[in-house]
Design a protein around this ligand. Structure first.
Ligand SMILES: Nc1ncnc2c1ncn2[C@@H]1O[C@H](COP(=O)(O)OP(=O)(O)OP(=O)(O)O)[C@@H](O)[C@H]1O
Length: 338
């Protein structure tokens, strides 16, 4: 994609009601236009697993919808496997399988029929669609649920069934928007293995939207970090991590409260970063980003005497994509570590 721009119009201002003079301010104003793609240029190689990472509202889904021909950019060029999908959006479904954030189209069907029907719609004959669908359900551990309608599945199971449908009737390009949302670790692993297998065996290209920075690190060849409609960085996970230097992350979890009466602990308190936000809200979890030497000294300080007695857990980790994101000036909103 080259210089892709997309702006959503702002919400209209509610009409002002006539009020008696001196009755205070009028109704709230509308919201302004949103530059969801503010000049995005990206090139993804064949056979690459390419990630789009960024907080809520960064513009990932907008980008994906333009790639899939569902949304027309205001300006810019998008080419998929040699096809201009801005001019010919209807070519996109022949080139790619898209798993959107929400799919309800298959809801009335059973898991097997949903996968099989998708295969038929993608041009397989009925027998091939049935065979491929059976193989994919098996691969994703869905065989026992094959005859269940999607409406009678749990959220994670339904998502898995939608992934199965996306994989049947093999397309050279897979575009997956948060494919593992709501899934348990076993299902997530099955999805990533299936994606990786398609790349290894068929050279499938994968564009993957995720908030999940750990998944992103293990699976992706390259990652574009988006914020406010712009690509703020694009590199391999290793290349991105090299940007944050050699700082390590120390996380401390205190049993009850931090013993700030211990001078060494009080000194560390001043180095605690604001992110990620302590999910307990209790101040029990501290995150520090430190040069390796300082981190070693900090670990020594908290693993002796009264500090250690108050410590529930600690981890010391090399930089993650989350650290990169924060170092790039991102706010950390919407990034998930699991
Ligand atoms: N139909 C729409 N009309 C107006 N604004 C929209 C519309 N869809 C998205 N937006 C706005 O465009 C921006 C980008 O939204 P988008 O859905 O692309 O973000 P995202 O990165 O996919 O977010 P999330 O991680 O929450 O899915 C946001 O500010 C959003 O509020």
């Amino acid at each position: 994609m080259r210089e892709v721009h997309k702006t959503y119009p702002g919400a209209r201002r509610p009409r002002r009601r006539r009020r008696p003079a001196g009755d205070g301010p009028t109704a709230p104003s509308g919201t302004g236009p949103v530059h969801a793609s503010a000049g995005i240029s990206l090139e993804v190689g064949r056979g690459e697993i390419f990630g789009l990472l960024g907080p809520n509202g960064a513009g990932k889904t907008t980008l994906v919808r333009q790639l899939t021909g569902l949304l027309r950019p205001d300006s810019g060029a998008i080419e998929l496997l040699g096809h201009d999908v801005v001019r010919h959006p209807r070519r996109a479904p022949r080139l790619l399988a898209h798993l959107g954030q929400q799919s309800t189209a298959l809801d009335e069907l059973t898991v097997a029929v949903a996968a099989e029907t998708t295969g038929v719609l993608r041009g397989l004959d009925r027998a091939d669609a049935r065979r491929e669908s059976g193989e994919v359900l098996d691969e994703l551990g869905l065989t026992d649920l094959a005859t269940r309608p999607l409406t009678r599945l749990s959220g994670g199971q339904r998502r898995l069934a939608c992934v199965a449908a996306a994989l049947v009737g093999r397309r050279p390009l897979l575009i997956l928007d948060e494919p593992t949302a709501g899934m348990d670790p076993v299902a997530r692993r099955a999805v990533w293995a299936a994606v990786d297998r398609r790349r290894a065996e068929h050279g499938t290209t994968v564009v993957l939207v995720t908030h999940n920075v750990i998944e992103a690190e293990t699976l992706l060849d390259r990652v574009a970090v988006l914020e406010a409609g712009r690509v703020i960085a694009c590199d391999t996970p290793g290349g991105l991590k090299a940007m944050v230097g050699d700082e390590v992350r120390l996380e401390l979890v205190w049993r009850d409260r931090a013993p700030t009466d211990v001078p060494a602990v009080a000194a560390l308190r001043r180095l605690v970063t604001g992110e990620p936000v302590d999910p307990t809200g209790s101040g029990r979890r501290w995150t520090l980003r430190l040069p390796p030497e300082e981190a070693r000294a900090a670990v020594a300080a908290v693993t002796t005497g009264p500090a250690f007695a108050a410590l529930d857990d600690f981890t010391l980790a090399t930089p993650t994509l989350e650290d990169v994101y924060l170092a790039l000036g991102g706010s950390g909103r919407g990034l998930v570590r699991s």
